[in-house]
Design a protein around this ligand. Structure first.
Ligand code: GDP
Length: 365
């Protein structure tokens, strides 16, 4: 899973990104930690992993990961190629979801590019750039499809759809807010890969004082929440500066620090939970002496495809999956114990993998 961080300059993107990558570096038994300075690999916090790793006394515990891409440089005029804008827009096209950081903190020492704090204006500025970029794609596609539409019924149908999407965007609305009519239109949208069709999580960057009551009294955040509700997006409040401090702490210090702030979860954790929910993801686990590991899949994934996440051979040669819920396994004290109680199930090709399943795949090579 890949998330792109966007936002106007000076809203706290780099501060957030640095705290994410730092947190990632801490949990670094991951082989590809620094690919690129703008890409950070972050472990998905998962208490089950540690417990399961202890249970098996695994040599290695490997979390599921999320990749974050810092897409700085998205400014007004980006879609016209200003400030290397087009390159940044191309980077966004590759992500699964967008984390849009909006400034909701007051600080005289930090200049706002447009003079004052106004999160809705900021959101609109960025979203307009995304819309412009999408319109370019649509126009190219329309030109191409117009040629074939005279001879080809399918193409004619698509052309009509393309024009509908274009009109929707020209109204200043993101493609994601368009009601689609049937599976065919869903497939078209998938193919176009429009920026404004991607799920968005708004990260409202607030001051430290706003954290305790989840920014309930911050009027800027209230506006962002209202906007997100209308557009079907998620919002959460965080303080990028505090995230940076948290990322420098040890695990046990972290708990205490969060308690002092009156919060249970760091912004990073909230962000990961929100993206899992938004993208419809879950984690299943594999466990053993050598390695205990979490794997990310989409809700609804069947056993062979889940096996394919580990290795393509596992999917091709899939025979069955031995499945036990992680809590059941821990409660029983041993795998054999769970088996005796009938809690280890044999599942076949049609089994839909559940969050927290501990799975042993049987396959032919
Ligand atoms: P970017 O341009 O969006 O990447 O913004 P930066 O992360 O570089 O932040 C711009 C400035 O705002 C820096 O001086 C940060 O220290 C400051 N800043 C970032 N987050 C916060 C915050 O939560 N509160 C306050 N008061 N300042 C912040």
């Amino acid at each position: 899973m890949k998330l792109g961080i966007v936002g106007l300059p000076n809203v706290g993107k780099s501060t957030l990104f640095n705290s994410l990558t730092k947190a990632g570096a801490e949990s670094a038994n991951y082989p590809f930690c620094t690919i690129d300075p703008n890409v950070g690999i972050v472990a998905v916090p998962d208490e089950r992993l540690k417990l399961l790793g202890d249970f098996y006394q695994s040599k290695k515990v490997t979390p599921a990961v999320i990749e974050f891409v810092d897409i700085a440089g998205l400014v007004k005029g980006a879609s016209k190629g200003e400030g290397l804008g087009n390159q940044f827009l191309a980077n966004i096209r590759e992500v699964d979801a967008i984390v849009h950081v909006v400034r909701c903190f007051e600080d005289e020492n930090v200049i706002h590019v447009d003079g004052c704090i106004d999160p809705l204006r900021d959101i609109e500025t960025i979203n307009l750039e995304l819309i412009f970029s999408d319109l370019e794609i649509l126009e190219r596609r329309i030109a191409k499809t117009t040629k074939t539409a005279r001879m080809d019924k399918e193409a004619a149908k698509e052309l009509e759809f393309l024009k509908q999407v274009k009109a929707h965007l020209e109204d200043g609305k993101p493609a994601s807010s368009m009601e689609l009519d049937g599976e065919e239109q869903e497939l078209y949208m998938k193919e176009y890969n429009l920026l404004t069709w991607k799920p968005v999580i708004y990260a409202a960057n607030v001051s430290e004082d706003d954290l305790a009551d989840d920014a309930a009294s911050n009027e800027y955040v209230a506006k962002v929440r209202e906007y997100a509700k209308e557009t079907g997006s998620e919002v959460f409040a965080l303080c990028a500066e505090i995230e940076q401090e948290i990322s420098e702490l040890e695990e046990d210090e972290k708990k205490e620090f969060l308690e002092d702030l009156g919060i249970q979860q760091s912004g990073l954790e909230k962000l990961i939970v929100a993206s899992y929910r938004l993208l419809g993801l879950l984690s299943f686990l594999t466990a053993g002496e050598d390695e205990t590991r979490a794997w990310t899949i989409k809700v609804g994934t069947k056993a062979p495809q889940a096996a394919g996440k580990i290795h393509t051979d596992f999917e091709r040669g899939f025979i069955k999956a031995e499945v036990v819920n992680y809590q059941d396994l821990l409660d029983c004290g041993s795998y054999a114990g769970a088996r005796e109680k009938g809690l280890v199930r044999m599942e076949g090709k049609e089994y839909v993998v559940q969050d927290g399943d501990v799975i042993l795949f049987r396959f032919n090579v």
